[in-house]
Design a protein around this ligand. Sequence first.
Ligand code: DX5
Ligand code: ZN
Length: 247
Amino acid sequence: SPPAIINPSVLSADFAELGKACRDAMDWSSDWLHLDVMDGHFVPNMTFGAPVIGKLRKHVDKPTEAGGKGTFDCHMMIAEPMRWASSFRDVGADMYCFHYEAAMTSVAAKEPADKDTSEKCSPKSLVRYIHELGMQAGIAIKPGTSVDVLWEILEAEDEKERPDMVLVMTVEPGFGGQKFMANQLPKVQALRKNYPNLNIEVDGGLAEGTIDQAAEAGANVIVAGSAVFGAKDPAHVISVLREAVNK
Ligand code: DX5
Ligand code: ZN
């Protein structure tokens, strides 16, 4: 696997002090920051959108290289991922990770009258669009979605249509602090077997007790919300997570 990327989710931080949470996470030697955007439609919860992320950008230096330290990894748990991409780019998002399920059911994708828009909404075209906006592109799958939906896009002939990262959810998206679903790890194994250099992210229930199995399966981008922000010694937890992946 590629080197560990430890990616704390501020979902478990105090939302009234998000700027401090981001600065703290970087002080604890995080690599990236995971920003969970929820719209109350795709998932039964709401968080924040581009205006908040733009304010947070002022607390964390924009990475100098793609995927560098301070990468804002926006996990878009929203129904219309194409619609919001440019506004996230405008406020300094680095990674725009949309859900496969949302792209396939978005209004534009279901509107055959507007061919241009509906094509843009296919996962491949959405990845291309995100790249044209100058962001890295991630594609996420929920626990109920087969990993098999990803092979075609990972094999896209045009590299602009290939995602930079795949996110395998290890809980149902919507809330922090849920139980890790180990039955999702075969997806990670299958992806790693075929793509030794791909950034494979896992999100949900990652902690000191679950990291070893995730790392063994081949995950290298590790999201952790409650395990980091609920810890007595968050910097220690981050180093444990990192060592489990890099060993
Ligand atoms: C859940 C979010 C996660 C969440 C993980 O929908 O996508 O990023 O913050 O929280 P923990 O690490 O507590 O399971
Ligand atoms: Zn997330």
